[in-house]
Design a protein around this ligand. Structure first.
Ligand code: PLP
Length: 401
């Protein structure tokens, strides 16, 4: 008998499991709106032209070798990543107060950051929004932090529960870590306004709460890299400390390359340098050093003015197509006279719409219409096309009537 015979079958991941179920479905009309990956109008994955160009130049450069990167990753990549999120003229960067390390996409950056906090920070409690990306509580729990929640989404308005958020953060113990989605909150698509961000900042700074930004959608939400980093930059501008986890999965379409960065903004250069030395001790036994290929693509694009400009244009095109899908779906429901207020579809931002459909309605749509989505009613707008919008609208209409 196997020594592993008593192992029980683990459940599928609630998000990735949607794709597993979709792949098993033989229906020609099936639509996958589960996973957060961009699709073209033809429903195909997209490799950005600028990524192809950067990759080509890397391949053609025979001086490039496959040696190990340092534990902290590619230095050019780290420098450009910090500039991208904090702004090219950020005083924190100029004053060398930022420790940046290349990590395995957004997930790996969150994990390294939280392992570091669990080991070196005096407060082990992290507050995450309710709801949030399903992997957040698992990542932070595994790292040894204790996870609490703060109110974020109000189902009644399908908007931000700003009062609840302020109350919960106001009641958090001094020094607690607070996970903030930099933009395009997943799964709700609901972000604070700049005015609300400013109030959150004031409250958090007055209580000494430590901001940990998750930036998985910079440029993807509004189409502007600067606008989508505004929240983070407000917190850095006040001279205080924070962490930021960046992912290039969505905004450069580098999902499987696993490219990301963790930055820790400190109050002084000598602190940042000691923080970096400790980050290396977190990374070394975990995966030794990060992969070279994806980071080289990103560094090539970020360090070349022409490639950078081409990237911003392609990024805006992805963001715009998603916004167009919002309007098409909203119009299709309006045309069908589907009961209820669906204006949140065009108000929410980023990759997802938090439809407000419940578990039973989602199950109905999957069963009867072969539409795959997470059971919380979240749909990936990036997976929609003009061709599939009518089918989705029919399914939603049938589910609520
Ligand atoms: N954070 C949020 C809010 C996300 O939605 C995602 C991806 O879905 C990630 C982080 C991390 O993704 P990755 O590890 O692929 O960069």
């Amino acid at each position: 008998d196997s020594v592993f015979a008593s192992i029980v079958q683990a459940p599928e991941d609630p998000i990735l499991g949607v794709t597993v179920a979709y792949n098993k479905d033989q229906s020609p009309v099936k639509v996958n709106l589960g996973v957060g990956a961009y699709r073209t109008e033809e429903g195909k994955p997209l490799v950005l032209n600028v990524v192809r160009r950067a990759e080509q130049s890397l391949v053609n450069d025979r001086s490039r070798v496959k040696e190990y990167l340092p534990i902290t990753g590619l230095a050019d990549f780290n420098r450009s990543s910090a500039k991208l999120i904090f702004g090219a003229n950020s005083p924190a960067i100029q004053e060398k107060r930022v420790a940046t390390v290349q990590c395995l996409s957004g997930t790996g950056s969150l994990r390294v950051g939280s392992e570091f906090l669990a080991k070196h920070y005096h407060q082990r409690t992290i507050y995450i929004p309710l709801p949030t990306w399903g992997n957040h509580p698992k990542i932070f729990g595994m790292a040894g932090l204790s996870v609490s929640t703060y109110r974020y989404y109000d189902p009644a308005t399908r908007g931000l529960d700003f009062q609840g958020l302020l109350e919960d953060l106001g009641a958090a113990p001094s020094g607690a870590i607070v996970l903030l989605h930099a933009c395009a909150h997943n799964p709700t698509g609901v972000d604070p306004t700049l005015d609300q961000w400013e109030k959150i900042r004031q409250l958090m700074r007055s209580k000494g709460l430590l901001p940990f930004f998750d930036s998985a959608y910079q440029g993807f939400a509004s189409g502007s890299l600067d606008a989508d980093a505004e929240s983070v930059r407000m917190f850095v501008a006040d001279g205080g400390e924070c962490l930021a986890a960046q992912s290039y999965a969505k905004n450069m379409g580098l999902y499987g390359e696993r490219v990301g960065a963790l930055s820790i903004v400190c109050k002084a250069a000598d602190v940042a340098s000691r923080v970096e030395s400790q980050l290396k001790l977190v990374i070394r036994p975990m995966y030794s050093n990060p992969p070279i290929h994806g980071a080289s693509i990103v560094a090539t694009i970020l360090n070349d003015r022409e490639l950078y400009n081409e990237w911003t244009i392609e990024l805006k095109a992805m963001a715009d197509r998603i916004i167009t899908m919002r309007y098409q779906l909203f119009d299709a429901l309006t045309a069908r006279g589907t009961p209820g207020d669906w204006s949140h579809i065009i108000k929410q931002i980023g990759m997802f719409t938090f439809t407000g459909l419940n578990k039973e309605q989602v199950a109905f749509m999957t069963r009867e219409y072969h539409i795959y989505m997470t059971s919380d009613g979240r749909i990936s707008m990036a997976g929609l096309s003009s061709r599939t919008v009518p089918h989705l609208a029919d399914a939603i209409h049938a589910a609520v009537t």
